[in-house]
Design a protein around this ligand. Structure first.
Ligand code: HEM
Length: 465
């Protein structure tokens, strides 16, 4: 079947808006691309072709087609699409952007080590970071000053990853020149705004300085990870693994494919945990605070549930998670309504794929409409409403319409860590403090669209319970 680009035939690809030379449809995405893309899906259907500059891209927004493509045909869509920036970040040697058998082998190593991390209670490192964050908020509450939580929740999410992975962390109170914080900030700033040369290759020469800055920042994190590998290898005690890196070295040692792995590849994959795990968790916590401030009765309900399950003066732990139904629903709803990765991460068609009566040609970039699916009123009652009860009443058809961590064999490898980090921080923050707006008005809940769907920074009052 031929798709129509508003009258323009696309050789069997799904329909979509008419693309301009050079720009493609970039000019139609505006300041909120996730919303513009949702409108395209509504107009053209569950498979829509758009051109991001010169990059042909298929957006998948139908849950049935999504399941067929990402689960049933998973091998045909397992690779990532590598933009120029992605190439700089990973050189196709990292988990985020590598392809084929290389990716599979490193993914196996990480999945194995992360599963073992559960039995060795490595998540207790994250718990300690949540306690440190709350001690910091405690000092702030005592001062009575308005708080912009942005920098501190970011530091928590970074600490969560580097403590869990390397037994390293930075203090909340101090100015720090920790190499990873500086490098992560540079990387995120460069990536967040999007890079036109990723879509319009002839612009590359105009972005030399930016490309070099990205390469230098990521290079510093590789060096940090390589040094951590050396130190861990010398001090590893297999009886008492301290963190994820210890467990990775142990998995490597017992692997049938021991000779395949290299320090260079491991360092690049470890770098991903920082790149992919820092902003995403911090942004989700930032949104959680907004929705709790704007819905004081829900905040109160979470508090009461925590007091009942955990007891006042006690630290919530993962053992309490199964009993805090309402808090779990609040976290799920936050990840639905303001998902940090509204288009997940781009996949690439490994070969020509026949689906839904159309062809997705080999090499085409494929995006999952994470935001579009989560906000589709064909699948959700009043999707624009923050309503944790929808998860308790189970009235939603959430299977393939709720995919904040992606789908299939290439879904987020850090999902378990992310959920632990979110639970620890949220439970501590909400049992210990009351969060209110400074002027009694609701906080902005629209946000700004950068590479992630970010909140606008805000100030709030935090008072001790
Ligand atoms: C709220 C927090 C997070 C969200 C919403 C999120 C979301 C995602 C999504 C949508 C993908 C792409 C999945 C796909 O293609 O199907 C992904 C991949 C990935 N995420 Fe996360 N993530 C989060 C936290 C984390 C954390 C904490 C880590 C590390 C500890 C992490 C590490 C990764 C890595 C390494 C990949 C690439 C996996 C691969 O290609 O094999 N993420 N994440």
């Amino acid at each position: 079947m031929d798709g129509e680009h508003d009258g323009w035939l696309t050789n069997g690809m799904p329909p979509g808006p008419f693309p301009l030379p050079v720009l493609g449809n970039l000019h139609q995405l505006g300041k909120m691309p996730h919303k513009a893309l949702k409108k395209f899906s509504e107009k053209y259907g569950g498979l829509t072709t758009i051109f991001l500059g010169s990059v042909p891209t298929v957006l998948v927004s139908d849950p049935v087609i999504l399941k067929e493509l990402i689960i049933t045909k998973s091998e045909q869509i397992i690779d990532r699409y590598n933009s120029d920036s992605a190439q700089i970040i990973g050189q196709e040697k990292n988990l985020l952007f590598a392809k084929g058998p290389y990716w599979k082998k490193y993914r196996k190593l990480f999945t194995g080590a992360m599963t073992k991390a559960r039995t060795h209670n490595i998540a207790s490192r994250i718990e300690q970071q949540a306690i440190n964050l709350n001690n910091f908020f405690g000092n702030y509450a005592a001062s009575g000053q308005p708080l912009n939580p942005h920098d501190y929740i970011r530091r928590y999410s970074l600490n969560g990853v580097i403590d869990y992975s390397f037994s390293d962390f930075v203090e909340y109170e101090s100015e720090t020149d920790h190499i990873v914080i500086k490098a992560a900030e540079i990387m995120e700033e460069i990536l967040a705004t999007g890079n036109p040369h990723d879509y319009i290759p002839f612009l590359k020469p105009f972005y030399t300085a930016k490309r070099e800055a990205l390469g230098n920042a990521v290079g510093q994190v590789w060096t940090y990870c390589e040094e951590a590998i050396n130190i861990h290898r010398k001090s590893l005690n297999e009886e008492k693994p301290r963190d994820l890196l210890d467990l990775l070295l142990m998995e490597w040692d017992k692997s049938d494919e021991k000779d395949f792995y290299e320090d260079d590849g491991l360092a690049k994959c470890l770098t991903d945990l920082i790149v992919a795990g820092h902003e995403t968790v911090a942004i989700t916590l930032g949104w959680l605070i907004i929705f709790m401030v704007n819905n004081p009765e829900m905040q109160e309900k979470v508090y009461e549930e925590l007091v009942q399950v955990v007891g006042k003066g006690n630290h919530p732990t993962l053992h309490h998670r199964n009993s805090t139904t309402y808090l779990n629903a609040v976290l799920k709803e936050t990840l639905r309504i303001r998902t940090a990765a509204p288009l997940a991460l781009p996949r690439s068609a490994v070969e020509d794929i026949e689906i839904g009566g159309y062809t997705i040609p080999k090499g085409t970039q494929v995006l999952m409409a994470v935001y579009g699916l989560a906000m589709d009123d064909n699948h959700w009652d009043s999707p624009e409403e923050f309503n944790p009860d929808r998860w308790i009443k189970e009235t939603s058809s959430s299977d393939y319409t709720y995919i904040p961590f992606g789908l299939g064999p290439r879904m987020c490898v850090g999902m378990g860590v992310a959920k632990d980090e979110l639970y620890y921080a949220a439970s501590q923050m909400l049992i210990n403090f009351k969060w209110t707006s400074c002027d009694g008005k609701p906080l902005d809940d629209e946000g700004v669209s950068r590479i992630a769907l970010e909140y606008k920074q805000y100030q709030i009052k935090v008072s001790k319970r």
